[in-house]
Design a protein around this ligand. Structure first.
Ligand SMILES: [Ca+2]
Ligand SMILES: [Ca+2]
Ligand SMILES: [Ca+2]
Length: 285
């Protein structure tokens, strides 16, 4: 059975009742998905999620591997590529804490995949606007930088190199906002069947070897606000997330930031993301 989807509407109601959200449109209905919270070995595809060994090639086998964690992995290729959830942290000096989703990219050796680029797909069940939010980190610095991209229906929205430099770790992942497309491309219009793909591969110009990459990935449905309406509402030249005053696409104004504190918008988003990540440690575990 597919794990119950995280109940975002319940969180919104709770936060609104606590006075954190201010006024949310009465019509606001939204949904959210999180790679780790939704992770399951029951089937692949798993709801909207598809764990791929290559583009459009779902991995057919699953079981405990890599510190006995639940993984989809390619049995005949030294258990890589793999998509997993860390019920057990990977032993130090690896940096995959309990509760994190992680993957292992392909490697180029006689026993492992040479050509394929591992990815995870989210196939949209909705028509609307989504926000892709999260980031990545290398589990260890072994001279194996990786290249990641986020794609919509095979077209690259944004891409970057995950450097082998210790800057990003599980406590400070490399935000998807640091990709080539900037922040605004992470707000995407979708119709049912659209494929949002996160592809992660070793940097083939540098290394033959893939490694473990921690993956924090959420997809959040948006309702219409000034920070996702496609309009430069305040005439400063920046539209929506390209306007520095839009901290998130939930922002209700493109005008200046609040003078102090987090502001209502971030006060909403910070607990939302924390709850999405915690959802994994619910009673289903
Ligand atoms: Ca706008
Ligand atoms: Ca603006
Ligand atoms: Ca502005």
């Amino acid at each position: 059975m597919i794990r119950d989807r995280f109940n975002l509407n319940k969180l919104i109601t709770t936060l609104a009742a606590a006075g954190i959200l201010g006024s949310i449109p009465a019509s606001a209905q939204t949904a959210a998905w999180n790679l780790g919270a939704d992770f399951s070995l029951d089937s692949n595809p798993n709801g909207p999620w598809v764990y791929n060994e290559g583009p459009g090639i779902p991995i057919p086998t699953s079981g405990p591997v890599w510190a006995s964690n639940p993984c989809w992995f390619v049995v005949s290729h030294a258990s890589v590529p793999a998509w997993c959830i860390a019920n057990n942290p990977l032993p130090q000096p690896d940096d995959i804490p309990a509760g994190a989703a992680f993957m292992h990219a392909t490697s180029d050796s006689p026993s492992t995949h040479v050509r394929t680029k591992a990815s995870v797909d989210w196939v949209s069940p909705i028509a609307g606007k989504i926000w892709i939010v999260g980031g990545l980190w290398l589990s260890r610095d072994l001279g194996r930088p990786h290249i990641w991209s986020i794609q919509k229906n095979g077209g690259i929205l944004t891409s970057a190199r995950l450097e082998d430099d210790s800057v990003h770790d599980s406590s400070t992942p490399m935000s998807f906002e640091l990709g080539s497309g900037g922040r605004q491309v992470l707000v995407v219009d979708v119709v049912p069947g659209d494929v949002i793909r996160l592809e992660i591969d070793r940097d083939r110009a540098v290394t033959r070897w893939g490694y473990f990459v921690g993956v924090d990935l959420s997809i959040i449905e948006l309702w219409l606000t000034a920070c996702n309406d496609g309009v430069d509402n305040d005439g400063d030249g920046g539209v929506d997330m390209a306007d520095p005053d839009c901290l998130t696409p939930f922002g209700r104004t493109e005008l200046g930031r609040p003078v102090c504190g987090l502001g209502a918008e971030m006060a909403f988003v910070v607990p939302l993301l924390a709850a999405l990540r915690r959802a994994r440690r619910g009673p289903n575990d």
